[in-house]
Design a binder for this molecule. Structure first.
Ligand code: NAD
Ligand code: LMR
Ligand code: MG
Length: 546
């Protein structure tokens, strides 16, 4: 059969589940579709990626957020064939030999998780491997990395999820998580093993609980080609969205440092965003120490215990720089632990951003309070995943706060019909717009590390991708159907920045000097990136003569 016929046969099977079920996020057949796609992935990789790339808008919500969350929750039952590598705490001392047993000669991209904070679903132990697989699917579909060169990894140090520990079908170690030095020793051994066999590999850390996310990032980022997607990828996407929201208000981007931003959630994602947003503001204000210091007063961070102030006991050191001064908070009618609704009421923010993992946190009361925003067009970012964990839905946001808002969410929602021919745009603000470009851009530049400048360049290119016209209509992120094109731009920006910072050592037969030459011309960088992209084509088996 021709590949078109094969795909047609496959699609008939897949589409039979689509009777009354075209609504991706709440699709009752999502899990069944995932199973059909997963079996195709096992049987015929080329065809799987052909289907995924050609229908990315429809099937990203199946292989990625939100369905991948459901898949992880049920992984022990859904598991049929292994994909990726599992390193357990019991493999200590053996990881190097295990890595040398991996059949592929070259691995370019690893996504690793320890399953401790999967989306907003908490500790799913070894079942979190689904997230690493889903992220790498996007690497192949969006960044055009060769699927033979990717490796999903699960580091199984146990789980603190009591339900899983009691489940006889649970596939992981039936013990509580290792902690402290024992935990670090396992991750260190894994890092040493993979970088010994594949010195040029890039390791993306994914869905590690915040407690370890920052520590591991600091531990490895200056010596290894690694990044944490939840901290750094999310920060970049949020910055692009925040700058879009400023433009949507009809103001120049340079007004960003005047925005008042309330953030609900002080974990790896929330703190990653406020850190990066503060740096962006400081840069816009002249990059002085004073600018950096004063930029922090634009943020009000609220966690499970309410507003964080300097009165907070045992404050997390990563959140400390953003603790509000108690006296100053008092003058605003706020105090340590003020509730989210109180904070929104008193601050009247331009932006309300949720990375709390708590579905429905932006309640009617909170959204009502946001009506008092001093902004002409307040922005609501309900970024927690999967769908059920979103802080609010676009319907709630538009119906309560009004038509004149910007809305973005981590998982996909449909646009809202506002009546009289108007559409309320539901943007998907998800790190998927950046991580593939950051990873592959780093690979193609041969940079030894992933610098703040490279991450910043990626975010700025995403921000610039949206046109003025689109922004004024309320679109701050592009549709996912454009992800391959966006990723190409992001990759090119990352390569160029690595060259500018003198970090690029080249890739394969392109050495540092040649790369420098390529980077002098915008078209040539894009061409370099494009030529390195893998596309799903069957290899030729029979060559015809003549
Ligand atoms: N859209 C994206 O691209 C993206 C990227 C990364 C993470 N996320 C999502 O962000 C969420 C958080 O991730 P994380 O790693 O920071 O998790 P985390 O568990 O480390 O942090 C959650 C934070 O929310 C706070 N919180 C809990 N209940 C709260 C409440 N009632 N009010 C205010 N704050 C509350 C907690 O105190 C904590 O600070 C997850 O749902 C994840 O899926 C989305
Ligand atoms: O996986 C996603 O969809 C985004 C993000 O990395 C998350 O942890 O929620
Ligand atoms: Mg994540």
């Amino acid at each position: 059969m021709s590949s078109e016929q094969q795909i047609e046969r496959f699609m008939v099977d897949l589409k039979r589940l689509e009777v009354q079920a075209r609504d991706g996020p709440s699709d009752p057949n999502a899990l069944a579709k995932w199973r059909i796609l997963n079996r195709l992935h096992d049987r015929n990789e080329t065809m799987y990626y052909k289907v995924l790339i050609a229908n990315i808008e429809e099937y990203a919500p199946i292989v990625y957020t939100p369905t991948v969350g459901l898949v992880c929750q049920n992984y022990s039952g859904l598991f049929r064939r292994p994909r990726g590598m599992y390193f357990s705490a019991e493999d200590r001392g053996e990881m190097m030999s295990m890595v040398y047993n991996w059949p592929a000669g070259q691995v370019d991209m690893i996504v690793v998780t320890d399953g401790s904070r999967i989306l907003g679903l908490g500790d799913l132990g070894v079942q979190g491997i689904g997230i690493a697989i889903g992220k790498l699917d996007l690497y192949v579909a969006a960044a055009g990395i060769n699927p033979q060169r990717v490796l999903p990894v699960m580091i199984d140090v146990g789980t603190n999820n009591e339900k899983l520990l009691k489940n006889p079908l649970y596939l992981g170690l039936q013990q509580h998580r290792l902690d402290g030095d024992e935990y670090i020793a396992v991750i260190d051994e894994f890092m040493e093993a993979v970088f010994t066999r594949w010195p040029n590999v890039i390791v993306q850390f994914e869905d590690f609980q915040s407690k370890w996310a920052f520590k591991l990032l600091q531990r490895y980022r200056n010596a290894h080609r690694m990044f944490n997607d939840d901290v750094q990828g999310t920060a970049g996407v949020a910055i692009a969205g925040l700058l879009g929201a400023v433009r949507a208000q009809g103001r120049p981007m340079i007004d960003f440092p005047k925005q008042k931003i309330v953030v609900a959630g002080a974990g790896s994602a929330g703190i990653g965003v406020v850190n990066a947003a503060r740096k962006t503001m400081a840069r816009m204000l002249g990059n002085t120490e004073h600018a950096f210091d004063s930029a922090k007063s634009q943020f009000w961070v609220v966690d499970a215990n309410g507003l964080i102030t300097d009165e907070r006991e045992n404050i997390d050191p990563d959140a400390l720089p953003f603790a509000r001064n108690t006296n100053e908070a008092g003058r605003q009618g706020l105090r340590e632990g003020s509730s989210l609704v109180e904070v929104v009421r008193q601050v009247r923010p331009d932006v309300l951003l949720g990375l709390s993992g708590v579905g429905g946190l932006f309640s009617k009361e909170v959204l009502e309070a946001l009506k008092g925003s001093t902004s002409a067009k307040p922005a609501i970012f309900a970024m927690s995943n999967p769908t059920k964990n979103a802080e609010c839905t676009p319907e709630e946001a538009f119906s309560i706060v009004g038509d004149n808002i910007i809305f973005a969410s981590g998982s996909p929602f449909r646009d809202v019909d506002l009546g009289n021919g108007q559409i309320g745009h539901s943007n998907q603000g998800n790190n998927m717009y950046l991580f593939p470009g950051i990873g592959l851009g780093t690979l193609l530049s041969g940079s030894r590390i992933i610098s703040d400048g490279m991450l910043q360049a990626a975010a700025e290119h995403l921000a610039a991708y949206i046109t003025e016209d689109e922004v004024l209509k309320g679109m701050i992120f592009p549709p996912i159907s454009k992800i391959r094109d966006i990723t190409k731009e992001v990759e090119a920006a990352v390569v160029k920045e690595a060259v500018e910072e003198d970090l690029a050592e080249g890739y394969r037969d392109i050495d540092a000097r040649e790369l420098q030459k390529i980077c002098q011309n915008e078209e040539e960088v894009l061409e370099y990136v494009e030529n390195s992209m893998w596309s799903p084509e069957y290899p030729t088996l029979v060559y015809k003569r003549g």
